[in-house]
Design a protein around this ligand. Structure first.
Ligand SMILES: Nc1ncnc2c1ncn2[C@@H]1O[C@H](COP(=O)(O)OP(=O)(O)OP(=O)(O)O)[C@@H](O)[C@H]1O
Length: 296
C-alpha cells in the first residue's frame, strides 16, 4: 500500500531551538493515525510540515508521494484543519460552504449541507457569533467536504464537549470507511485516540518515541511484575521502556518480539494509555539520568 506520509531525519528549528528532530516515520495509506504527546512536544510542527505551512530545517518529508504543497493538485488532495479552527468571523456558515465549493475541485456540497443541518448550525449565522465548539465543527465540516485523500487535524476535539467529541470521532470513523481517506490527528487525550486510531505516533520533547500500528504495538509491549530486579538483568531482546521499583517488587514495561519465559514474572497486557504513558515516563527517566550523569 502507498505511503501517505514519509519523513526521513526530518527536523525543524525555531531560532536555535529544535521543535522537531530526527523524525523518521512511514505511514501507509488507509490509517487513522493518532499523534500524541504533551504540550510543546512538536505535534503542530510535524503537522504543519506535512501540510506545507512550514519547511524543514533538516531531512525531508513527502505526503502522498510528493513534497507538501508542491502543486495546487497536491494541495487539493490534502485537508488541513489547524488547531485554532480557522474560519472567517465575518462570513456566514452558508458563505463558508460556498467558498469551500469554489476553492475545492472535489467539494461534496450535499455532505457539507447535511452535516451543517445535523449539527444545528444556522446557515445565516456569522462564524464570529458561533461558540468555540461550533466553530470547530464548521472547520471540520469544511475539511471533510473537501473529500481529501489525507485529512490532517490538529487537536480537532479540544474545544468540543464530551458528547460532541464522541459524535465527531464517530462521524470521522464513518466518513473514513465510506470515503476511504487517511487521517492524521493530534491530541493530548489518549482516551479519544484509543477509540478511533489504528496507528499511533508518540512524540515527546521533539522526538518520536514510538510509531506503529496499534495492534502491533499492543502485541509487543507488556507489563512485567515480579521480585525486584535490576533492568540490566533482563534478556537482550526485552527493551525496557519504563521501570518502577518498590523495596521488593519491580514493574517493567518492556517491548519484545519474542515470548516471555521467565516464570518469576506476572505478564499483563497494556492499554494504549499505559503504553503512551510509559514512553512519556521513559523520556522523563532519560532526562533524570542525563542530569545525574552531568552532575557526577
Ligand atoms: N512560531 C514559533 N516560534 C518559536 N517557537 C515555536 C513556534 N512554534 C512552536 N514553537 C516551539 O516549538 C516547540 C514545539 O511546538 P508545537 O506547537 O509543535 O508543540 P505541540 O506538541 O503542538 O504543543 P501543544 O500540544 O501545546 O499544541 C515548542 O517548544 C514551542 O514553544
Amino acid at each position: 500500500m502507498n505511503a501517505v506520509l514519509q519523513a526521513q531525519a526530518l527536523g525543524r528549528k525555531y531560532g536555535r531551538r529544535w521543535a522537531l528532530r530526527e523524525c523518521t516515520i512511514d505511514i501507509p495509506a488507509g490509517h487513522v493515525v493518532g499523534l500524541v504527546g504533551p504540550n510543546g512536544a512538536g505535534k503542530t510542527t510535524l503537522l504543519k510540515l506535512a501540510g506545507g505551512q512550514l519547511h524543514p530545517s533538516a531531512g525531508g518529508i513527502t505526503v502522498l508521494g510528493d513534497r507538501p504543497a508542491a502543486t495546487p493538485a497536491q494541495l487539493a488532495r490534502i485537508g488541513f484543519v489547524a488547531q485554532d479552527t480557522p474560519v472567517y468571523p465575518g462570513l456566514t456558515v452558508a458563505e463558508h460552504l460556498r467558498l469551500g465549493a469554489r476553492l475545492n475541485p472535489r467539494w461534496d456540497a450535499a455532505a457539507a449541507r447535511e452535516r451543517v443541518a445535523r449539527l444545528g448550525l444556522v446557515p445565516a449565522h456569522r462564524a464570529g457569533r458561533l461558540s468555540g465548539g461550533q466553530r470547530a465543527q464548521l472547520a471540520l465540516t469544511l475539511g471533510l467536504a473537501k473529500r481529501p485523500e489525507l485529512l490532517i487535524l490538529d487537536e480537532p476535539v479540544a474545544s468540543l464537549d464530551p458528547l460532541a467529541r464522541r459524535e465527531f470521532l464517530q462521524g470521522l470513523m464513518e466518513a473514513t470507511v465510506e470515503h476511504e481517506f487517511s487521517v492524521v490527528l493530534s491530541s493530548h487525550l489518549v482516551s479519544d485516540l484509543e477509540r478511533v486510531c489504528d496507528f499511533l505516533i508518540v512524540l515527546v520533547d521533539s522526538r518520536v518515541q514510538v510509531a506503529g500500528e496499534v495492534d502491533d504495538l499492543l502485541a509487543t509491549h507488556h507489563r512485567l511484575t515480579g521480585p525486584r530486579r535490576d533492568p540490566d538483568r533482563l534478556p537482550a531482546g526485552q527493551h525496557v521502556i519504563s521501570a518502577r521499583h518498590t523495596e521488593r517488587q519491580s514493574t517493567f514495561i518492556i517491548r519484545t518480539d519474542g515470548p516471555i519465559h521467565d516464570p518469576a514474572w506476572t505478564v499483563s497486557r497494556l492499554s494504549l494509555e499505559d503504553l503512551v504513558l510509559a514512553y512519556m515516563d521513559k523520556r522523563t527517566a532519560d532526562h533524570r539520568r542525563v542530569a545525574l550523569e552531568v552532575r557526577r
